[in-house]
Design a protein around this ligand. Structure first.
Ligand code: NAP
Length: 281
């Protein structure tokens, strides 16, 4: 079984991006800029943002974090986004989710220019991805996709099962696999027989949020299994895949932690650079 090392893959990607930033700086005398807006003091969000800032600096991006208290008015956030939209030194804008209840998430997402939407959540980017046009792609599914391609460069004709249909993970993942000519089944909480669906898959991507949902006898040998889940349990952080069982049968599997997670941040940096390059056109 191939244990897919997300940390290593992310480090390799960051190294590549660092070189790309260096080349862009040499050619255009400017570097891509990422601005993150962080509202409130939720610990996981603080940790994510700190890691994003650290990684952005590591590859040479110009990075900035704008912090607001929980009580900030929606209008103030929207005004700041508008200011950043018009700022040429800002290539990408990310508003860290979740947001306080009084702030309308969709309004915030739609306020960011699609050309600066490094999360790929703007409806224009969602539509472009599903139509097969150039777009920002949500970072976690993009990371999963790159890991799958490392194991199997030619996905054409493969049967893929995506477990979970969130806008963040399942749906964009489906689009990426479809673009690679996979035959994709997207499953969710109302799916009748999840085991039967998974049993036919050459590729399984699990993005559910249920600890160890995907069992060893759901997976045929030669299947690539990507575990997006991050679940806090009594035995620590586990994924949506029963690692001990599935690792005995699968061709390749991502661990949790150390699989998809590290790729998510590296893909955010990649998206920022892509936004910068598109702005040059
Ligand atoms: P989400 O928005 O809660 O969506 C979960 C999806 O799973 C829904 O589509 C739901 O179906 C489906 N589902 C629930 N129970 C199911 C079942 N028994 N069988 C099949 N499908 C079922 O979750 P998310 O934001 O996509 O996140 C999923 C997991 O990924 C979480 O553990 C989260 O922490 C993790 N995550 C990891 C990263 C990373 O960087 N590694 C990033 C983001 C999220 P319905 O639509 O029918 O409700």
């Amino acid at each position: 079984m191939i244990l897919i090392d997300g940390k290593k893959a992310a480090a390799e990607l960051r190294e590549k991006l660092k070189q790309e930033v260096f080349e862009l700086k040499t050619k255009y005398n400017k570097v891509p800029g990422l601005t993150v807006i962080l509202i409130g003091d939720l610990t996981p969000s603080q940790i994510y943002v700190r890691n994003k800032e650290k990684s952005a600096n590591e590859v040479g991006l110009k990075s900035e974090v704008i912090r607001y208290p929980d009580s900030v008015e929606e209008e103030k956030v929207l005004d700041k986004i508008e200011e950043l939209n018009k700022d040429d030194t800002v290539s990408g804008i990310l508003v860290q989710l979740p947001l306080p209840k009084h702030i309308d998430k969709q309004k915030v997402i739609e306020a960011i220019y699609p050309s600066k939407d490094v999360d790929g959540f703007h409806p224009m980017n969602v539509g472009n991805l599903s139509s097969g046009y150039e777009s920002s792609i949500p970072c976690t599914p993009l990371g999963c996709y790159l890991l799958i391609k490392k194991i199997e460069p030619n996905l054409s004709g493969k049967k893929a099962v995506v477990v979970g249909r969130s806008n963040l993970n399942g749906k964009p993942m489906t689009q990426l696999l479809l673009k690679e000519n996979c035959t994709v089944t997207i499953t969710h909480s109302k799916t009748k027989d999840l085991k039967a669906e998974c049993s036919k898959a050459d590729i399984i991507v699990a993005a559910v949020g249920i600890p160890e949902l995907v069992k060893g006898d759901w997976v045929k040998k030669d299947t690539i299994v990507i575990d997006v889940g991050i679940n806090k349990t009594e035995k620590g952080i586990v994924g949506d895949v029963a690692f001990d069982e599935v690792s005995k049968v699968a061709k390749a599997l991502t661990p949790v932690p150390g699989g998809v997670g590290p790729m998510t941040i590296a893909c955010l940096l990649k998206n920022t650079i892509e936004c910068f390059k598109r702005s040059l056109k």
